[in-house]
Write a protein that binds this ligand. Sequence first.
Ligand SMILES: Cc1cc2nc3c(=O)[nH]c(=O)nc-3n(C[C@H](O)[C@H](O)[C@H](O)COP(=O)(O)O)c2cc1C
Length: 190
Amino acid sequence: MLVTNILSSHHPKSQTRELVSVFNEELAAQGHESFTYDLYEDGFQPIMRGDDFNQFSGKPLPADVSAIQAQLQKSQVLTLFYPVWWNGMPAIVKGWIDRVFSKSFAYDYGADGTRGLLTFKKVIIVATLGNKKEDVDPQLEASMRFINETGIFRYSGVAETEQHFLYSAFSDEESKAATLERVRDMARRC
Ligand SMILES: Cc1cc2nc3c(=O)[nH]c(=O)nc-3n(C[C@H](O)[C@H](O)[C@H](O)COP(=O)(O)O)c2cc1C
């Protein structure tokens, strides 16, 4: 199975980067293949502009977007690994969705309404938070879950969106070990 990861990590020692690397390690141990888009390292341009809007007139999309879409079409699982910033995904990840989940690729609409076009077996979201769970209003996590699952992925045809909100996950050795085991378990269930 091919798993494609979208990673938002703005520094080499970020916990989010460590999580994706452990996830990939366990995928390989399970005999799965993985490919990671490292959005900062790759210099991904997240602003929707110019030829990105060709999707609404059936003209070709920018080459970087078409290449990512070709990779996604080969993948059975898509993951997003990102730190929560202001109770949502960082702008670089939101911009990735804006540009890559284009009309006629991720969804389409016509006289019969809208339909999702993505065929992933599942999407996994791993979102790290600096705060402790008890310090965060649970409605904030519920809102993020709802927008991700219903507003983005179900709309685009994905039946299963698995979401993990990891609060203050590396605060001590015990919670770090438990978090890494949780990530390995995600890989084993791919
Ligand atoms: C701009 C910004 C906004 C943030 N917003 C939140 C937030 O809304 N809730 C929270 O718990 N942590 C928040 N944080 C903390 C990050 O989630 C935390 O630093 C991150 O999960 C650590 O992962 P990393 O090492 O991969 O960057 C924010 C950090 C930054 C820089």
